[in-house]
Design a protein around this ligand. Structure first.
Ligand code: GLA
Length: 342
């Protein structure tokens, strides 16, 4: 029977936070860790999935009619099968080495690996930009997380050794060499875990940004100008200020990387953090304490990453400053790919 093995990497967003659903810019990169899906074709129209990292939990359903209403990892499988209109029955083995809830996007890694494995079995090819949208739809409609396109685009389109500049208005992507030399990028857990309050904070920010765009008569707030913020209530003005300044910081980071000015990249990470804290109001005490601790141990810059309201802090360490023991080194790796078959 035909067998395909596909890998979807996790990602780190170097800079450009809360810009994806605002038509802005971001600069993520895929990392070495991720999710591997082994798909073996079976006779009959059923999907049988085994999640090895979830104590070998299983799920079985008719390929023609993936049922709704599941929780945990199952809606990812059902949603991918449904949204890709998969016809081939299969046995799916899911394994990963990304810690869940670590801010490294285990969800996108899972969606992407499932999609490539199932498409591989059917010998179908879907444009990767379109596939990112399909995977994101699974997350929105099947899993119930109102996230943007950052994670799936990073997992699918990143290239080894590079960050990926994404323009979320045009969906144009550009690979930017991420040459760190002896410098290190690390992430550290703040200890404040993603929770319902994180999800509601995220959704509230999205709603505020939509409201600001509506009041200014622009499609997304990335089309606004700094002077327009004078027309807005203080809170909405701050959200717009964050997005406009964050977009500018993405391109300043691209320019600094081109000039190999890593000190400048560190400063931009600090500025991003300050704006996420003061303008976007997405920080927590523990995130603040973690960012401070990292700067104190010699980081050239540190910032909260991901949806905010807890989660992880990313820091850039120069060669002479060893990161603390609880830091996880992250390096740019290749994007999603087939490891076997297809
Ligand atoms: C989460 C979402 C992304 C993005 C970030 C904030 O990680 O999954 O789509 O919105 O938050 O930049």
């Amino acid at each position: 029977m035909k067998r395909v093995v596909a890998f979807g990497p996790g990602r780190v967003n170097l800079i450009g936070e809360h810009t994806d659903y605002n038509g802005g810019l971001a600069l993520p990169f895929a990392i070495a860790e991720g999710v591997t899906v082994t798909a073996t074709a079976t006779d009959g129209g059923e999907i049988h999935a085994v999640a090895h990292d979830f104590d070998g939990e299983t799920d079985s359903f008719a390929v023609a009619e993936p049922p709704r209403g599941a929780e945990g990892w199952r809606p990812f499988v059902r949603g991918i099968v449904a949204e890709l209109a998969i016809k081939q029955g299969a046995r799916l083995e899911i394994r990963g080495d990304l810690p869940r809830g670590s801010g490294l996007s285990s969800s996108a890694a899972l969606e992407v690996a499932l999609a490539l494995a199932l498409l591989g079995l059917e010998e179908r090819d879907v444009d990767r930009h379109d596939l990112a949208k399909i995977c994101s739809r699974v997350e929105n409609d099947w899993v119930g997380a109102q996230t943007g396109l950052l994670d799936q685009t990073a997992s699918l389109l990143s290239t080894d050794g590079h960050a990926l500049r994404i323009d979320f208005t045009t969906m144009e992507t550009t690979s930017v060499p991420l040459e760190l030399g002896d410098w290190q990028l690390v992430t550290v857990d703040s200890g404040d875990h993603h929770s319902l309050s994180a999800a509601s904070g995220y959704n509230e920010r999205r709603a505020e940004c939509e409201e600001a765009a509506k009041r200014l008569g622009v499609v997304t707030i990335s089309d606004a100008r700094e002077e327009d913020t004078a027309e807005l209530p203080t809170t909405l003005a701050k959200r717009v200020r964050h997005v406009l300044s964050e977009n500018a910081r993405v391109d300043a980071t691209v320019a600094a990387l081109e000039r190999r000015e890593l000190e400048t990249v560190g400063r931009l990470l600090d500025e991003s953090h300050a704006s996420l804290r003061d303008n976007y109001e997405a920080s927590t005490d523990r995130v603040e304490a973690t960012a401070k601790r990292l700067r104190k141990s010699g980081a050239a810059g540190a910032r909260m990453v991901g949806g905010g309201f807890g989660g992880h802090v990313l820091a850039l360490f120069p060669p002479d400053a060893p990161p603390p023991v609880d830091a996880r080194a992250v390096r740019p790796g290749p994007g999603a790919r087939l490891l076997e078959g297809g």
